[in-house]
Ligand binder design. Structure first.
Ligand code: ADP
Ligand code: MG
Length: 431
């Protein structure tokens, strides 16, 4: 029961209205520690209820009489605009019985309007980093009284492209604040060194890591001959698979655009979302998906983090993600809050080794699936290494024949290309 935590009654009342029967494991473990004022580094799987796990104790600080003050006291930083809107909505629900005010400072939205709201010193700010920095530079926001800083999707926030912004924000924030880092993939080797600057003697909680199998998500792989074949498979799956809502992930904006061009004439209710689409369109696509006006979203990794969209029971990786972490977050758009979901990844020969490395990173194998009506010629590598990777490839063999000894020399010089399943990748979109 949420009433067992020492949370303010107005917060408990708001949670009761959400009709959650009991706290999730991450909420049970993180809330009491955060209420003690400790810095936290929390790893808990996708869809496990992390938003309330950080919002409730943070908001509680604002209601605790011994801890009141002026200015912005709670700041939540997130990597994408859509996630900022979502967290803001949850926050509004939680504070509805209080007199606390929250402001959303998300990229793409009206700057002046935000500036006016921020100048009122709201107790809570939910922001994307780029936009918040703009406000800091124009002195419309004051973080000197900050009591709690939350980095949701913290590994992403400390990734390339974001960490400089985060450090610029913390540089103007109250150094005596509490800092909370949350993600489903926070157990990377590179993370502690990055987090060191932000956290003071943190409690590290691992409830269930990104690498553990997500019990609610069934994971399948379909082999494909080429992109043309993938398109047919995708259309087949969208026509034959039962789903309420589906999200289709591509590895680039260009590929998402091309795929949408191919799918849209054949399916109604399809939307596209990526970092280069203008904000008005982004907002209307998200609203349509939430309302069910569209039920298929073609997108990039910009939608992989944090989004909690009711009814998403199918995720299709049109492209194999380049990192294990990206895979975890993409498929985590389904199987949320205890519901079941299906994740299907389309893999062509050039993606086999990537698939094998992601399986190794996750320490489990994907279920092979064959679409009988669209059976292709690619059935996987002829020979496998113990790692699951292909031993050579037809392509290489052909090259070898053609180049003879020269190839051997060239091969020796070439360093082995290793697939990094857990290292940061360039940002898809930085808001
Ligand atoms: P995460 O951030 O871990 O991916 P979210 O905070 O987005 O997860 O929550 C996932 C879903 O679970 C949301 O739809 C949320 O409303 C729901 N949820 C959160 N807490 C509870 C709870 N205690 N009981 C039931 N459902 C919950
Ligand atoms: Mg989340």
């Amino acid at each position: 029961m949420f009433s067992h935590f020492s949370l303010h009654r107005l917060l408990v009342k708001a949670v009761r209205e959400l009709k959650y029967r009991q706290p999730t494991p991450v909420q049970s473990e993180a809330i009491p520690l955060a209420l003690e004022g400790l810095d936290l580094q929390v790893n808990s799987e996708t869809g496990s209820g992390k938003t309330l796990a950080y919002l409730l104790p943070s908001l509680n600080r604002l209601l605790d009489r011994s801890n009141q003050g002026g200015g912005t006291r709670v700041l939540v930083l997130v990597p994408t605009r859509e996630l900022a809107h979502q967290v803001f909505k949850v926050c509004q629900t939680l504070i509805k019985h209080t007199n606390l005010s929250a402001v959303l400072a998300s990229g793409g939205d009206d700057f002046e309007q935000q500036a006016e709201q921020l100048e009122q010193s709201p107790a809570i700010v939910i922001a994307t980093t780029g936009r918040l920095l703009e406000h800091i530079n124009k002195a419309t926001v004051d973080l000197e009284q900050l009591a709690v800083l939350v980095l949701d999707e913290a590994d992403r926030m400390l990734d390339m492209g974001f960490s400089d912004d985060v450090h610029a924000i913390t540089a103007v924030s109250n150094p005596d604040r509490q800092t909370l880092l949350f993600s489903a993939t926070l157990n990377n080797k590179w993370l502690p060194s990055l987090a060191k600057k932000l956290l003071r003697e943190p409690e590290v909680l691992t409830i269930s890591g990104g690498r553990t199998e997500h019990a609610e998500i069934r994971e399948q792989v379909v082999l494909a001959d080429n992109d043309d074949h993938k398109q047919k498979q995708l259309l087949w799956l969208l026509a034959h698979e039962y789903f309420a809502k589906a999200i289709v992930f591509c590895n680039s904006r260009e590929r998402a655009e091309r795929l949408a061009d191919a799918v849209m004439p054949r399916r109604r209710k399809v939307g596209i979302l990526h970092g280069e689409i203008e904000q008005k369109k982004r907002s209307s696509v998200m609203a349509s998906l939430l309302e069910g006006k569209i039920n298929i979203l073609i997108t990039t990794d910009v939608s992989a983090r944090g989004l909690d969209i009711e009814g998403v029971d199918l995720v299709i990786n049109y492209d194999m993600p380049r990192r294990g972490d990206d895979y975890v977050h993409r498929i985590g758009r389904t199987g949320r809050g205890g519901k079941e979901g299906l994740a299907i990844t389309l893999v062509k020969s050039t993606e086999w080794n990537l698939k094998a490395s992601v399986e190794r990173y996750l320490a489990h194998k994907f279920e092979p699936r064959i679409i009988e009506e669209l059976k292709g010629s690619y059935t996987g590598p002829e020979k496998l290494r113990a790692s699951g990777q292909a031993v050579g490839s037809k392509n290489k063999k052909d090259k070898k024949k053609a180049l003879g000894k020269k190839f051997k020399k060239a091969k020796k010089r070439k360093p082995k290309k290793k697939v990094a399943a857990s290292k940061p990748s360039p940002a898809d979109s930085k808001d």
